[in-house]
Design a protein around this ligand. Structure first.
Ligand code: 4AD
Ligand code: MG
Length: 430
């Protein structure tokens, strides 16, 4: 019977064949331990010379790291193993011998590992991070489907620039100029007017010259948009959603969190509601805590966000930023139009902003005025203005950056480990 490692619990005391790779091995004169991986999990194969005979034992002992194999043996329960099972090996067939695999069990530098990203993905740590990424995506679809949202797909090639024009990837669209999408938001607003509550999940691109542990050039965003939702309604969706994905990972990725050495007690606390602080109060806090120079109207950088987040065990919403700091489409606070009805959600433990969101302007004249003030081409936004011409309603939405969220929940320092093939400043390969 050919099975995957994830299925072994159903085959205790039975003979099975597993196709996999040799992650590592240990051996003595009489016994060899083969650490096998097949993508679905890990299991130890135990080869006893006395049981298998000279020839199979010698073959098993000589298998090199990352050779591909079929291993046949009896599944046994094993309390000492973190996976609960081991394989009493009867025979081994090498499919392909791997020679001089570059990523040995010793430690390697980051640049070397990044150059070998196509192979580094096979490591236990990277495997765990990718499984957590997958669980967050799975839980995202589950959450929004349960809440009655419709998944829609905005275009990647676009003519508009929701988040400002300085970080665009330009390309030719036959004779026209086009950009790679930096956010699907404007299209999501149009689909919300058709379908009510919608969400998207797709790649976005920012030609940001930032070389930090939080910045990718290509990253994936989840962008919900809700008709008839005001700022406060949107914050409720955000805190419920983030709680849901954290609790899903805790429930379904126990082994992966252990592999990564994640402090799960910190994650267990992540339950809605989340604290809120206005930009003004955050500024006051910063002034009292060693950041005397920052002034009203300045944006918060990573050190500011980290200092604010350190006061909370939960993610914290920073709300009501100055209008001048934010994109053209955000709804001004009706009581005070120098700030907008927006929030950034800052993750705990120094992982920074994971969500940016706001209520959107739904008044035609105000939106037209803001487009002019931002010196955007009106021709490119006529269709967007149309949404304020035919049955305009208050609406809100947000974007969650997947990689920063994976970094936080996994507890990995840098976003480069949270996407299979990171596009970074100065790195397009592999
Ligand atoms: O705050 P941002 O720029 O918001 C928007 O794009 C809105 N249009 C979303 C919306 O309302 N539909 O980006 C949203 C999130 C950030 O909070 C951050 O998590 C992530 O996207 N993000 C990045 N992640 C990795 N690398 C980068 N360069 C990122 N830029 C933003
Ligand atoms: Mg933002």
């Amino acid at each position: 019977m050919k099975i995957t490692i994830s299925q072994v619990s159903k085959y205790v005391d039975q003979e099975v064949t597993i196709g996999g790779w040799l992650a590592n091995k240990r051996s003595s004169g009489k016994i060899a331990f083969l650490q096998l991986r097949d993508g679905s999990g890990y299991i130890q194969g135990v080869v006893v010379k006395e049981d298998v005979g000279e020839e199979i034992f010698a073959r098993a002992k000589s298998i090199t790291q990352e050779s591909s194999l079929y291993v046949t043996g009896i599944v046994q329960t094993d309390e000492r193993s973190p996976f609960g099972y081991e394989l009493q090996v009867k025979s081994v067939e090498v499919i392909h011998e791997s020679v001089d695999y570059p990523i040995t069990p010793k430690s390697h530098g980051t640049e070397f590992l990044m150059d070998n990203r196509h192979l580094w993905l096979r490591s236990k740590r990277q495997h765990a991070v990718m499984k957590i990424r997958n669980e967050i995506i799975r839980a995202t679809y589950e959450f929004f489907n349960n809440e009655g949202f419709v998944k829609v797909d905005p275009p990647i090639l676009t003519g508009s620039a929701p988040e400002g024009t300085s970080e665009l990837f330009a390309t030719k669209y036959f004779d026209e100029d086009a950009f790679l999408s930096q956010s699907g938001q404007l299209y999501m607003e149009a689909t919300a007017m058709a379908l009510g509550k919608v969400f998207s999940f797709g790649p976005t691109f920012r030609a940001e010259k930032s070389k930090t542990r939080r910045h990718l050039i290509e990253f994936w965003m989840i962008e919900p948009e809700m008709a008839f939702y005001q700022h406060e309604d949107s914050l409720k969706v955000q805190e419920e959603y983030v709680s849901y994905i954290v609790q899903s990972v805790l429930q379904n990725c126990k082994l992966e969190l252990t592999t990564l050495g994640r402090d799960v007690e910190k994650l267990e606390q992540i339950k809605a509601p989340f604290p809120r602080i206005t930009y003004d109060d955050a500024l006051k806090f910063l002034h009292e805590n060693g950041f005397e120079d920052i002034q009203w109207g300045d944006d918060f950088g990573a050190p500011h966000e980290t200092a604010i987040a350190e006061s909370y065990a939960l993610p914290v919403f920073i709300t009501h930023y100055p209008t001048s700091l934010k994109p053209f489409y955000m709804q001004p606070d009706p009581e005070r139009d120098e700030v907008v009805l927006c929030a950034d959600l800052i993750a705990p433990e120094g992982y920074g902003e994971i969500i940016g969101g706001s209520e959107r302007i739904h008044d035609f004249d105000l939106l037209e005025q803001r487009i002019e003030e931002h010196k955007l081409s009106k021709d490119a936004y006529n269709w967007y203005l149309d949404l304020r011409k035919y049955g305009s309603v208050p609406h809100s939405g947000f974007g969650l950056g997947l990689e920063r969220t994976v970094a936080w929940i996994s507890g990995v320092e840098h976003v480069r480990e949270t996407i299979p093939f990171p596009r970074l400043l100065n790195r397009l390969y592999p």
